[in-house]
Design a protein around this ligand. Structure first.
Ligand SMILES: Nc1nc2c(ncn2[C@@H]2O[C@H](COP(=O)(O)OP(=O)(O)OP(=O)(O)O)[C@@H](O)[C@H]2O)c(=O)[nH]1
Length: 221
């Protein structure tokens, strides 16, 4: 069951106050069990760390002003399927819904890193099949405060991100708000970049189409 929650006091229009169009971004938070997906999401939404979160799958909507823009995030805090054959599963529905992905693992849990790798590769593969070369993804190593229990080095995380064209951060949702903030803001930038490069690609395709229409017509004259 997916529960829809809103952190907005009221519904806002599609235009910001300064008449800048409102930016909307659907963010899917994925990762193994107990890596801190809810802790990261709730930290970003409320600035707080409350310790225990339950395991209800939720979609939160949250409006904030970033620079001169109003931004509306919809954040899907997913639950990892229990069955081992479904581990790493990212559904078609989730893929279609999301503009950007946050893949969380715990730096203390190597198997969660392996699952994040699997999910990352699946997203890249399915998006490529749909003609999208660069889906915005950020890999997040959480629980950085637990250094004495570290099982995944920073280099391994960074390398995986580099080799898959993803962003990378190590954070502690328990210790600071700043890490969560940077993750969501960086992903928003990536989403906006991917939208504008998508538009450019369509623009170039449009020019090519109109040129071939002109040349095509000439040939038939
Ligand atoms: N030390 C430490 N504990 C954390 C951190 N983030 C989350 N936790 C703890 O890890 C446990 C799991 O956190 P959740 O946010 O519920 O993890 P989740 O991935 O949403 O869990 P599920 O939805 O049940 O899969 C909780 O006990 C949190 O208090 C962190 O940065 N440091």
């Amino acid at each position: 069951m997916v529960v829809q929650l809103s952190t907005r006091p009221h519904q806002t229009s599609k235009m910001s106050e300064g008449n800048q169009p409102k930016v909307e971004a659907n963010i899917l938070v994925l990762g193994a069990e107990k890596v801190g997906k809810s802790a990261l999401t709730v930290r970003f939404l409320t600035r707080r760390f409350i310790g225990e979160y339950g395991d209800i799958e939720s979609i939160y909507t949250h409006s904030v002003r970033i620079g001169d823009r109003d931004v509306c995030f919809s954040i899907w805090d997913s639950v990892c399927p229990q069955a081992s054959e479904l581990q790493g599963w990212v559904s078609e529905k989730q893929l279609r819904w999301a503009d950007g992905f946050i893949l969380v693992y715990s730096i203390c849990d190597r198997s969660s890193f392996q699952l994040a790798r699997q999910q990352l590769l699946r997203i890249r593969q399915l998006k490529r099949r749909g003609g999208v070369e660069k889906a915005p993804v950020i890999l997040v190593g959480n629980k950085r405060d637990l250094q004495h229990r570290r099982a995944v080095s920073s280099e391994e995380g960074r390398l995986l991100a580099l080799s898959t064209n993803s962003g990378f951060f190590e954070i502690s949702a328990a210790e600071t708000y700043h890490g969560a903030l940077v993750v969501f803001h960086e992903l928003l930038d990536m989403v906006r970049d991917s939208r504008s490069s998508g538009k450019k690609a369509v623009g170039i395709r449009g020019i090519v189409r109109s040129m071939s229409a002109v040349f095509g017509r000439r040939r038939t004259e």
